[in-house]
Design a protein around this ligand. Structure first.
Ligand SMILES: *Cc1c(COP(=O)(O)O)cnc(C)c1O
Length: 409
């Protein structure tokens, strides 16, 4: 839980990143002077009590951030959850999950019930769509997809009440920026709860609750962990919604291992530095790509021709390392020739680590309310912490391979 003092004290986000989640009771010994810097790994399943009375007292009281049983966590996970809460002004608390997808699933289960209708952004992360079709459908919950660039959603109210509005900004693969303040204001006026997948920007570059969102979701697997070695998700919510989010996480038995929480906390301390470098290098490479004749389009919110660029400029305080570019002509084989020979980019799913990645993407497959059309195949890049000059030389050689296949037939 955030304490009121830390929300009101005006500390800047980078200061919070260094200080958050380090409560004295998690870093020191009762009655002894001195404290360690970072809360250690508290591994536990069983918690032992002095007597039956204490056992019953622990079971009867609220167990949030109280030792009760390993499934409810230990100070290692609470420290990470508290730190994420501190990064989101207006938040009541944060729950942790074993993956980003688990966080999305549990957040949706917390707000929806049979008969409800859900508005889902058409540029949502593909597994989010899968959860709607493979699980919500079976529970009689209808998912309606909407255009990420829509400015009014009034038309959807004609079909009956809407329970929840799910946003992801910028969108997965295609990076459309949504008008989050306008959409959340519309939702509030219509009694609709809003959830946002904030994985790309993190609360550092987009404090979601301050922009009207009720429930903010992160795949911590990406930038919070930052080193491609832990899976984790988080849900941070307003005072109106946190109790429901927590109760749902408890009934589903969601928890994270203390070792993973500790690694994520370690990642969080350097989030500011890492994102700054991801941002600078990604913009340099995106701008270089934009000038290449073999590149038709670069989808990066910080570049003026990305849909929603003006909204990004208005609402976000930074951009990160993930964007897509569209090739000029060519087919899947020509695209593979570019990617396969890259020396400094790994080929693989996920992103947010220190290493650069290249992935062939085909957004048309994951659309239903909107159309995706492009001049050629697309590649999503995650720009890591390598020297951008090396990365540019690598992509330049890749574009030559692409050209050879495209033009050579
Ligand atoms: C990766 C990702 C997720 C899911 O996170 P996992 O930890 O891989 O389950 C959710 N949303 C977005 C936008 C992602 O990129």
């Amino acid at each position: 839980m955030s304490d009121d003092a830390s929300e009101q004290d005006g500390r800047k986000p980078l200061t919070k990143l260094a200080q958050a989640g380090r409560k004295p009771e998690w870093t020191g010994m009762p009655g002894q002077p001195g404290a360690i810097v970072s809360p250690p790994v508290w591994r536990a399943s069983t918690i032992l009590y002095d007597d039956v009375a204490h056992l019953r007292k622990a079971a009867g009281s609220s167990t949030h951030e109280r030792l009760f049983y390993g499934r409810k966590g230990t100070p290692t996970a609470w420290s990470l959850a508290d730190a994420l809460t501190e990064m989101e002004p207006g938040a009541e608390g944060t729950m942790l999950y074993p993956s980003g997808v688990a966080a999305i699933a549990c957040a949706l289960m917390a707000v929806l019930k049979p008969g409800d209708r859900l508005l889902m952004v058409d540029s949502a992360y593909d597994p989010t769509r899968n959860f709607c079709t493979q699980l919500l459908d079976n529970y009689g919950i209808e998912t309606i997809y909407y255009d990420p660039t829509a400015v009014s959603l009034d038309v959807y109210l004609e079909g009956g009440p809407i329970r929840a509005l799910f946003l992801e900004s910028p969108g997965s693969l295609t990076f459309e920026v949504q008008d989050v303040p306008a959409l959340t204001a519309w939702a509030k006026a219509n009694g609709i709860v809003t959830l946002l997948d904030n994985t790309w920007a993190t609360p550092l570059y987009f404090p979601a609750l301050s922009h009207g969102v009720d429930i903010s979701i992160l795949a911590c697997t990406k930038y919070i962990v930052g080193h491609s070695d832990v899976m984790m998700g988080s849900v941070t919510a307003t005072p109106d919604w946190f109790a429901k989010i927590r109760q749902t996480a408890y009934v589903f038995g969601q928890m994270v291992s203390p070792d993973d929480a500790w690694l994520a906390s370690r990642g969080l301390r350097t989030l500011g530095l890492r994102l700054q470098q991801h941002q600078d290098s990604a913009i340099a490479i995106a701008q270089w790509l934009k000038d290449q004749p073999d590149v038709a389009r670069v989808l990066h919110p910080a570049l003026p021709d990305c849909p929603g660029h003006a909204l990004w400029q208005r609402d976000f305080s930074g951009s990160t390392g993930l964007f897509t570019f569209v090739l000029n002509g060519g087919d899947d084989t020509a695209r593979a020739a570019l990617i396969d020979g890259l020396a400094h980019f790994g080929i693989g799913y996920s992103w947010g680590g220190f290493e650069s990645l290249a992935l062939p993407v085909d957004p048309a497959r994951y659309r239903s309310a909107t159309q995706w059309s492009a001049q050629g195949p697309a590649i999503r890049l995650h720009i890591g912490l390598e020297d951008p000059a090396d990365l540019i030389a690598d992509i330049a050689a890749g574009l030559a391979r692409f050209r050879a296949v495209r033009d050579g037939g």
